[in-house]
Design a protein around this ligand. Structure first.
Ligand SMILES: Cc1ncc(COP(=O)(O)O)c(C=O)c1O
Length: 372
């Protein structure tokens, strides 16, 4: 019986050819593929400006800095999410604060956000599993309290949501100031490691471009002298660049995005039919991109171990961030929605190369475990 992992990249000969071409070209990094990949991401998300960076965590870090997050500030993110969103707040020296989630959807709500903090400087809602929280409501409140919204769309490339009769894309930044993406191999498309920040704001874009490359600018309008070689470090930045090798892979992958997301939705539909009472609820109007497929399952530990014995990989997304020992110093307490969600959540295998045969094997094995 072959092993079915919970997630897996899909790499084909076109991807390999695209990477090989860059390896034979003059540019391994900072060449033409970077701007081409950024343009493709802009088209896929609808966000006019995109800055690709070395990973999704770097994207969160730069987005927090571009938002002006400082040590005296508070940043809020979801208690159920990857640690990177809370860590980015900490990288900026600010205090992390965690909003509870609705255990039925796994998502932060306006109400849980408002309970978490009254005057946050930055709000990072997480598009858990590829679903999307109520971004319009979050953005409206953020505007009222002067906060910047950074949508953590690492799971959600290809997802859409509705607001007042219109359809919007995740990471389009219509209801956020910035959005971040990750191209880790488990995500909708991969560059190995990789990430991006999307925005509609030209000033944030300029700032992000500089922060990605050491804080250095070559923009003539900003320079004190005009010699051809002259450039200036005007802020403390980083080397968070993505290589042309990775961008070529990303460009090849993004051509298959619709197909990948479509296949994820087909697998989700099979799981939905098999486990209608265990699935996470996708909010009305949202079309999830299904980075993950999470169920709420009784006897979770036993199910996890039994599935592993049957060569089926599953994972828990996520342990509430406040349970991580390194967050103990922030006294973040326990949150009831996150506790309820975490007690039984389990991510079933979900990746585009999964066949119906694989999916049915997962379904039948799990059903037989649950009958015992
Ligand atoms: C929700 C979420 N945000 C951010 C990240 C960070 O992305 P990366 O692994 O590319 O640094 C991840 C990665 O798994 C994630 O799942």
């Amino acid at each position: 019986m072959t092993f079915i992992p919970y997630a897996k990249q899909s790499i084909d000969s076109a991807d390999i050819e695209a990477v090989t071409q860059v390896l034979q070209s003059d540019w391994l990094t900072q060449g033409p593929k970077v701007a081409e990949f950024e343009a493709a991401l802009s088209e896929a998300t609808g966000a006019p400006y995109v800055v690709v960076v070395s990973n999704g965590t770097a994207a969160l870090h730069l987005a927090c800095l571009a938002a002006g997050l400082k040590p005296s500030d508070i940043g809020v993110t979801s208690a159920i999410g990857f640690v990177a969103s809370a860590n980015a707040i900490r990288y900026a020296g600010a205090t992390p604060c965690l909003a509870d989630i609705n255990p039925e959807t796994g998502l932060m709500t306006l109400e849980t956000l408002q309970r978490a903090a009254t005057r946050p400087k930055v709000i990072i809602p997480v598009d858990l599993t590829g679903s999307v929280p109520d971004l319009p409501a979050i953005q409206k409140w953020a505007t009222a309290v002067g906060a910047t919204v950074i949508e953590d769309a690492a799971h959600a490339l290809g997802a859409t949501y509705q607001h007042e009769g219109c359809i919007y894309r995740a990471a389009s930044c219509v209801h956020s100031d910035m959005a971040i993406l990750s191209f880790h191999p488990a995500k909708q498309i991969t560059t190995g490691e990789g990430g991006a920040i999307c925005t509609r704001d030209a000033k944030l874009y300029e700032c992000l471009l500089e922060l990605r490359t050491h804080g250095i600018t070559k923009n003539a309008a900003k320079l004190s002298t005009q010699e051809g070689w002259w450039h200036e470090q005007q802020a403390l930045g980083f080397n968070y660049r993505l290589t042309d090798i990775q961008c070529a892979l990303g460009l090849s992958q993004i051509r298959k995005l619709d197909r990948f997301v479509q296949r994820r939705r087909e697998i989700a539909a099979l799981y939905d039919r098999a486990f209608p009472h265990m699935r996470l609820r996708v909010p009305e109007g949202v079309k999830s991109a299904y980075h993950l497929y999470v169920i709420q399952v009784p006897r979770r530990r036993c199910v996890y171990e039994e599935l592993a014995k049957n060569n089926i990989g599953t994972q828990v997304h996520y342990i509430p961030i406040y349970k991580q020992p390194d967050f103990a110093r922030f006294n973040l307490g326990e949150l009831p929605g996150a506790e309820k969600y975490y007690a039984n959540c389990l991510s079933l295998p979900m990746f585009p190369a999964m066949t119906d045969l694989d999916t049915n094997r997962v379904i039948e094995t799990l059903q037989s475990i649950l009958r015992r």
